[in-house]
Design a protein around this ligand. Sequence first.
Ligand code: G16
Length: 546
Amino acid sequence: MSTTVTIETTPYSDQKPGTSGLRKKVTVFRQPRYLENFVQAIFNVASELKGQLLIVGGDGRYYNQQAIQVILKIAAANGVKQVMVGQNGLLSTPAVSHLIRKNKAAGGIILSASHNPGGVDGDFGIKFNISNGGPAPTSFTDAVFELSKSISQYQIIETADIPLSEQQQVFIADMQINIIDPVSDYAALMAELFDFQKIKSMFTGDNFTMCFDAMHAVTGPYAKEIFENQLSANSGAVINGVPLEDFAGGHPDPNLAHAIELASLLNSGLNAPDFGAASDGDGDRNMILGQHFFVNPSDSLAIMTANAHLLPGYKSGISGVARSLPTSRAVDKVAESMGIRCYETPTGWKYFGNLLDDKRITLCGEESFGSGSDHIREKDGIWAVLFWLNLIAIKQQSVEQIAREHWKQYGRHYYTRHDYEAIDSEAAENLIQHLREQSATLAGKEYAGHKITLCDDFSYRDPVDNSIAEKQGIRILFDDESRIVYRLSGTGTEGATLRVYIENYVTDTTQHTLETQSALADLVEISKNIAQIKTHCNREQADVIT
Ligand code: G16
């Protein structure tokens, strides 16, 4: 017989969620009552969960299954009526978002630290999604943080762990738990949005080949079912497809620095696959590659916007688009020519939720390898891959041809992000503060022929609920449509990460074949000078350049 017990606890002071939930080292999460405190704080704030359905799953990283057991027992003690859990504790972030919406759940808890490394000494994370399927807004995460600082007890049902390896129905006290296939509902949604028959014919009839790198993270089972089983892609189309607790020691971040096996395959000459893609730990990010060709995520959003009407799920057109502040302004050019609204939001998918719910936008995306649409309320890695596959099948063009034609029509935004990682937090804050202080006086100044027209600290008023987000990044606009943005990452777990985003807009097609870093070299130097990066952070060069 299982009974609810109340456990006395002491609060922690560091449970402030960042850009996307609470992310910390596993060793931090494993401190006594650390996870329990945070989960109880979620249930206290999300009182709507009582008597309702909750979705729970994660990216399979170390501590995923242990955390799910704790969440189930606390959920039962807090009056949740029913929980859906992915088999083996696995659910991608987009799949959770879809399951919340499809089953009218009151919310979902996702265990993931996204693209951060996993394992005993790696990172872990937890975030709450609300009933629209999207990440909880800042007002919610602020309330959880406030509560976590004074929490004195939590409720839990002390009972044996629930086996998660079989699809079955079990109970903890009165709470029903359904352990479900993580893939099938999500795959069915994808088949509604895209022309699976057309993509399949490309694989079976045209000898088209692809390689998808699941990076030993959550998308392996999704990719195998959708690409290999349903779309008959070439055998071996999915690599690193078995989810592992430590991602085989890798960094499940779909970019050229971390998806090295995939990148070298696509650059391997005559036998290279026609199309390459990768996703991250929890399956919401994507990287798109052609043979010897990288699609910048900001360009990907612009190309999707320009072509969405060709795809079944979007044939009635799109209402508008949104991008985060640091995402390049390539999509703005498309929106302008289509006569639709383009919103600029702070970094974080949560800011797109209201715009999607209000039907102001259909597509949205971020420079951080994220794109998505109104089909769910999270960014979606496999969705982006299917979007590109469907587009290639329709246009019968290579990835590179599609991108180059796009640049010809709309101009090219050369774009790069320079990350200075694990710098001293105080030094990073000082650098930003220094920029803020300078901002009023920078307009009008000229650096190597680029004249500054505007410098400010970006703030955003949500047009739907009028909430305001301030201090979201320093942006510097130049008169030739080039731009530099500075902000501190909200997802790291060590010190601070300064991100510097640099772009330049070029309409002359004869200048569209330059190597990105050389095309932006002068602006990179300007970005170092204006922010005095060496003085503040003692760094000559960025640690990661994407
Ligand atoms: C999260 C957010 C994204 C954001 C990204 C980068 O992605 O969901 O909206 O763009 O972090 O954030 P930052 O620059 O603050 O590190 P993910 O995939 O980590 O959940």
